[in-house]
Design a binder for this molecule. Structure first.
Ligand SMILES: Cc1ncc(COP(=O)(O)O)c(C=O)c1O
Length: 386
């Protein structure tokens, strides 16, 4: 008899009427009218080179063969060039940021090691870290004093002799907070002085106004997690990478899971995405900026509601509802009944999930307009019913 392992678990709530989370996701995925604000995916790409290259790849039956196991060299080069990290860095193509996170935690942590993460945050990192290390310290950061992010001061306060890994999600899912150069330099000092690794998850990097790379300040102590799921609009293709100095990547290669390589069609799409990035990046960034302005104007009309981090540097933000008397679950169910999929805070926080609703806004502006109309109506009805 095999019993399930007891790792840190995300505090997920299965929406009413569904037996499992998978059943719920299958339902929302297949509803073509559903407005997609519950996952931070990107729905703003046209029919472009990314799509064409994947169709061409399928037509050529690329998928009959295994790809080179570490990724097509052209793709590896393009990612490093995108980050300006060509010279001293190595890279491995993975089936998404998630696989990269797993590989990093597996590689860096020994059973006696502790990890520092933050709450709110991306809870699968806590789960992975708890599989390979000892204690995971999830530091509460939902307050204005720390700027709604894990600061160098908080890391100093919470680290101990066994701390080996600090997770920096930048911009942060779900709040959209991001780091300054000065903060990254401070983290670099902590890492270098204490031989700690910094897990820099840059999944939302391209939505930010002025994003900086930890790898430039602490190259030997940083692993960078890169995803094609967000700005590139390729979440369903499951592709990403992990970047570090050659020693680190060599050690990660020794524990690799996908040793026959990552999806060929996805890699072809990723190559086209990087080559065409200049053509669509500003349009997508501008749309996400103006979409979050529309949301802010609506939230300002609801007494007691506020957006903790505005503007968000990502493609999602949190709406704090704690003083409205309406729970995130109530409003998310109200919205879902009207075909708007959003996420209650418990998906990204154990401590503060009861306070906020997370909404993603890399969707067409008319969908955002529909959301604010229904959100305002819903808040009025639900606040009135108290
Ligand atoms: C911070 C963070 N890292 C990684 C991921 C997953 O990325 P991928 O789709 O590349 O596995 C997500 C997805 O939402 C995320 O929010």
């Amino acid at each position: 008899m095999i019993s399930p392992k007891k790792y840190a678990k995300p505090a997920r709530i299965i929406p009413k009427g569904y037996k499992t989370a998978n059943e719920f996701f299958d339902f929302v995925f297949n509803d073509k009218d559903m407005i997609w604000m519950g996952q931070n995916t990107n729905h703003l790409h046209d029919e472009n080179q990314i799509m064409d290259s994947m169709i061409q790849s399928i037509k050529k039956r690329d998928y009959n063969k295994y790809p080179p196991p570490e990724g097509f060299p052209e793709l590896k080069e393009l990612i490093l060039k995108d980050l300006g990290l060509q010279n001293e860095f190595e890279i491995l193509i993975t089936a998404g940021g998630t696989e990269s996170l797993y590989l990093c935690t597996n590689d860096i942590l020994s059973p006696e090691n502790n990890t520092i993460t933050c709450d709110p945050g991306y809870l699968i990192i806590d789960n992975f870290a708890s599989r390979f290390g000892d204690h995971v310290k999830s530091v509460p950061i939902y307050n204005a004093e720390c700027g709604y992010k894990l600061t160098p001061e908080l890391v100093r306060e919470n680290m101990d002799n066994n701390t080996k890994l600090v997770s920096l999600i930048d911009p942060l899912n779900p709040l959209g907070s991001s780091y300054t150069k000065a903060e990254l330099k401070d983290f670099a000092d902590i890492a270098n002085d204490n031989d700690i690794y910094l897990l820099h998850d840059i999944t939302y990097r391209d939505f930010a106004r002025d994003h900086q790379l930890m790898a430039k300040f602490a190259p030997e102590h940083t692993v960078t997690v890169y995803s094609f799921s967000k700005i590139y609009g390729m979440a369903g293709m499951r592709i990403g990478s992990v970047i570090g100095v050659p020693d680190v990547i060599k050690s990660i290669k020794a524990i690799v899971i996908n040793d026959l390589g990552t999806n060929v069609v996805s890699q072809r799409g990723a190559i086209a995405a990087l080559k065409s990035k200049k053509e669509w990046l500003s349009r997508i960034k501008n749309t996400t900026r103006s979409n979050q302005d529309i949301i802010k104007k609506a939230v300002d009309k609801v007494e007691g509601a506020f957006i903790p981090v505005f503007p968000s540097e990502g493609n999602m933000l949190a709406i704090d509802l704690n003083n409205t008397g309406v729970s995130p679950l109530e409003i998310s169910e109200y919205l879902l009944d009207r075909k708007v999929f959003t996420r209650e805070g418990s998906y990204t926080s154990k401590l503060f999930g009861h306070r906020y609703l997370r909404v993603s806004f890399s969707i067409p502006p008319e969908h955002v307009e529909y959301f604010v109309e229904i959100f305002l109506k819903g808040m009025k009805v639900l606040m009135g019913s108290k």
